[in-house]
Design a protein around this ligand. Structure first.
Ligand code: GRF
Length: 188
């Protein structure tokens, strides 16, 4: 699931392709037509479906459409790789322990929107990223993997975001691997 540039989606897809993650990305779903993530899927040869939230009457209706797509594609595990919508208990309940999110802070610090901006405003010298299971409380589910990232003198939103992004790309495949192993989807 992706809404924007899709660099985390691509990191997971490449980890699968290179054998670092014993999995296959069966499907990408996006909610923004023509977003970077959908373009990456095209380049990678991964099926991509558009579920534009603007065409649904409620969050629940969108999530029901997502569930139907995932069931049809027979997915075992769902990754929110920059999905900029709040998900409902319907989606969470359909994939218990199987819904992974990536967030650009060291949770439980800086939950919610613009975590990078929140970190800069707070003046912390260390922030990072967290891959976690999704629970009904936003950005509060069980933590799978975290990486710490220093905030350097003179950092702005763009420079700090870029440093965090490169760590997200490292930890998200690890978190998917860990979640899959816990579910017994991967052995060895
Ligand atoms: C990432 O920073 C992720 O933590 C947040 O959304 C961003 C997605 O970036 N949830 P990208 O689309 O994967 O490049």
């Amino acid at each position: 699931m992706a809404s924007g540039s899709g660099s985390n989606f691509e990191a997971v897809a490449i980890a699968c392709r290179e054998g670092q993650l014993a999995a296959e990305v069966a499907l990408l779903v996006v909610n923004n037509v023509g977003c970077g993530a959908s373009q990456r899927a095209g380049r990678l040869g991964i099926p991509c479906q558009l579920h534009d939230h603007r065409g649904f009457s409620s969050r629940e209706a969108l999530d029901q459409a997502l569930i139907a797509s995932f069931r049809t594609a027979e997915v075992d595990l769902v990754v929110m790789a920059g999905w900029m919508r709040i998900v409902t208990p319907a989606l969470i309940g359909a994939f218990p322990g199987r819904l992974v999110n990536i967030h650009p802070s060291l949770l439980p610090s800086f939950r919610g929107m613009d975590a990078v901006g929140q970190a800069l405003a707070a003046g912390v010298t260390l922030t990072g990223c967290t891959a976690h299971l999704v629970s009904e409380e936003v950005d509060a589910g069980q933590i799978l993997v975290q990486a710490a990232v220093p905030v350097l003198e003179g950092d702005d939103h763009a420079s700090l975001s870029a440093r965090i992004h490169s760590q997200e790309h490292r930890i998200l495949p690890l978190a998917v691997d860990l979640a899959a192993r816990r579910l017994g989807l991967l052995q060895g």
